[in-house]
Design a protein around this ligand. Structure first.
Ligand SMILES: [Zn+2]
Ligand SMILES: [Zn+2]
Ligand SMILES: [Zn+2]
Length: 273
């Protein structure tokens, strides 16, 4: 499979509009960016492509990175930066299956699948296919599984994508470090792990809720309630025995050295698994 990281940023992206910080300036100077989250996964055996999340930037991303239009979509959760690009499907597709979890979210009273169905009921050619979490399904010649993670207040899911050669991509989705064991078991041993890592742990001091899920050395692996720190994501990668790891959903709050360090992905990276 061929994986293209279309969007590796958080909800404001890097550069963030109107921001004069050093990291946003450095991104512009180097000609790199982090738009909102989407991952394109092409199955070279079938010629089909699967898109994980529809970034609000998805039209621009598909043109910029010159990847094929997706044959199917998987949505991890209903936050703006992962779902609200779906309107771009209008007039682009004859038919487009959209896979999402079928569990009712107590916060919304709907499953992710039901929220998508309701918000995009005007897109006749989009067909939402509700899926039970932790149960694999087939699309684009891949075996795909939605895996519960922890991203309050909404239900959110990680994703594994495997092909018939045994190649495996694991995506944590937006999550704090408190990922359930059943999900960790399924995410384990990937050829490539894409892990939510919004900021380095030192920035927990500036978050109103601070950090949680500390290492033995006292380093927080969760910032606030919603996201992993970079240290948390790397510690998860080690636990999961990931062959290769890229940190995604990175914000503009890290320094340039942190934001563009060894592990942090930028848009347009491609991986052959
Ligand atoms: Zn900035
Ligand atoms: Zn989110
Ligand atoms: Zn997000």
């Amino acid at each position: 499979m061929r994986v293209t990281l279309l969007g590796t940023g958080d909800t404001t992206g890097t550069p963030t509009p109107g921001c004069e910080c050093e990291t946003c300036h450095t991104a512009a100077d180097r000609g790199v960016e982090r738009t909102r989250f989407s991952v394109h996964v092409e199955n070279e055996n079938t010629g089909e492509s699967l898109l994980v999340d529809t970034s609000p930037d998805v039209r621009y991303q598909l043109l910029r990175d010159q990847v094929a239009l997706p044959d199917a979509i998987v949505i991890t959760h209903i936050h703006f930066d992962h779902l609200d690009g779906l309107g771009n499907a209008y007039r682009l597709f004859e038919s487009l299956p959209v896979y999402a979890a079928n569990e009712t979210d107590p916060t919304t009273g709907e499953s992710v699948a039901e929220t998508i169905d309701r918000k995009y009921d005007y897109l006749d050619r989009v067909t939402v296919s509700p899926q039970p979490p932790l149960e694999p399904f087939e699309t684009c010649g891949f075996t795909v599984t939605l895996l519960p993670v922890e991203h309050p207040p909404f239900l959110c899911y990680g994703v594994t994508i495997e092909d018939e050669t045994g190649a495996k991509l694991s995506i944590t989705g937006d999550t704090n470090f408190n990922i359930p064991d059943a999900t960790r078991d399924q995410l384990a041993d990937p050829d490539l792990l894409l892990a939510d890592a919004i900021v380095p742990a030192r920035l927990c001091d500036h978050h109103p809720l601070g950090g949680r899920h500390e290492t033995d050395a006292g380093v927080p692996r969760t910032i606030g309630t919603k996201h992993m720190t970079m240290e948390g994501a790397l510690s998860l990668a080690e636990e999961l025995n990931a062959e290769r790891t890229r940190l995604v959903h990175v914000s503009h709050f890290p320094t340039p050295e942190e934001a563009f360090g060894d592990h942090a992905a930028v848009d347009g990276e491609r991986y052959q698994l």
